[in-house]
Write a protein that binds this ligand. Structure first.
Ligand code: NDP
Length: 239
């Protein structure tokens, strides 16, 4: 059997698509997110789904330990769980800034902290962090979200430097516009309508499967080759 892959935020969007793609490639999976039934409904073979909040390191570590007992050590961690709430900063509550930084940044570090030390000990392994073109460009009403994704970029670059002497790869995959449930976090209908107009103007968004193929491509390169960053956006998306 191929080595174990852990995917956070596997209940929808890019995470669920990545689960299917990695499963088709023959990998056993640990799927984590808060909505267990959504992950179980994927019905993937050799997969364990656990309801885990990425802010709860202890529960994440327990799920990893359970999966490793079944399938052996984690070879790939995909830090994908994310949350977005688009709003003008003057209208956004501090709780909403905090939630975006907690899930997108602290959650990523939490999950990394459980798996990275063992990869260093084993002198092999790969971590894929899902960034965004919002980690490269500034968009309207994205202040906190932009901040989280620039932070993901900085942390990924730094983690790559820490990992590389140990033959461990850190890869950043930065999607542009993708159809998913990420917009559900935003309640401002004007902002959502403007996003939809933009989406139509560029001929539509990518799908989760498109990003999953990129993740698989980067992961399947030899361990001696690290794709530092993969930016994947609709052809007509400029920034
Ligand atoms: P979705 O909203 O469809 O998926 C987000 C996933 O994150 C869900 O599975 C959700 O599961 C999980 N999640 C959220 N909060 C937590 C938490 N506290 N603990 C555990 N899991 C959590 O959006 P996408 O698929 O689009 O997002 C995936 C990643 O891609 C995110 O990092 C996002 O920022 C990034 N991205 C998305 C783009 C887009 O246009 N869609 C563009 C660029 C990057 P649950 O609610 O069950 O916990």
């Amino acid at each position: 059997m191929k080595p174990l892959v852990v995917i956070t935020g596997a209940s929808s969007g890019i995470g669920a698509a990545t689960a299917k793609t990695l499963s088709e490639a023959g990998h056993p999976l640990l799927l984590v997110s808060r909505r267990l039934e959504r992950m179980e409904s994927l019905k993937l073979p050799n997969s364990l789904a656990r309801s885990v909040d990425v802010l709860d390191v202890k529960s994440f570590a327990e799920a990893v330990s359970e999966a490793e007992t079944l399938y052996g050590p984690v070879d790939l961690l995909v830090n994908n769980a994310g949350y977005m709430n688009l709003e003008h900063t003057a209208q956004q509550s501090p709780q909403e800034w905090q939630k975006q930084f907690e899930v997108n940044c602290i959650g990523l570090l939490n999950c990394t902290s459980v798996i990275f030390p063992e990869m260093i000990n084993r002198k092999t392994g790969t971590i894929v962090n899902i960034g965004s073109t919002a980690g490269r460009n500034i968009y309207e009403n994205h202040t906190a979200y932009n901040g989280t994704k620039y932070a993901v970029k900085a942390m990924s670059e730094s983690l790559r430097r820490e990992a590389s002497p140990h033959n461990v790869r850190v890869i950043m995959v930065s999607p542009g516009l993708v159809d998913s449930e990420l917009t559900n976090g935003t309640s401002n209908t004007q902002i959502l309508e403007a996003r939809e107009i933009y989406r139509e103007s560029i001929g539509g968004a990518l799908q989760g499967d498109d990003i999953a193929r990129g993740i698989l491509f980067a992961y399947q390169q030899p361990q001696s080759l690290c794709v530092w960053e993969l930016v994947m956006a609709p052809t007509k998306q400029l920034t």
